[in-house]
Design a protein around this ligand. Structure first.
Ligand SMILES: [Zn+2]
Length: 85
């Protein structure tokens, strides 16, 4: 397993370590994935943000940028107890 930060909300999300992991682990062990868009751009998104992309058409880099515009980076201030800095 590894972590990667979401390109929209900047939260660190857990991802499967490779294609083998993807098939061996249940989907709930993975919290995001790399989206390859039809315009050849690539973004890593957590599932929460992915669900917020428009679903009436194939998402584009513009859709991801627009989603990022209206998404505040996740603030983890309230959860300092759980995070060692
Ligand atoms: Zn996200």
């Amino acid at each position: 397993m590894a972590t990667e930060s979401c390109d929209v909300c900047e939260r660190s999300v857990r991802i499967a370590g490779g294609i083998g992991d993807l098939w061996n682990f249940a989907f709930e062990s993975t919290q995001g994935m790399t989206l390859e868009l039809t315009d050849d751009s690539e973004f890593f998104l957590c599932f929460d943000c992915m669900e917020r992309l428009p679903d009436d058409h194939e998402p584009t880099a513009d859709d991801v940028a627009a989603l990022r515009e209206r998404t505040d980076p996740v603030e983890e201030d309230g959860n300092d107890f759980w995070h060692w800095k």
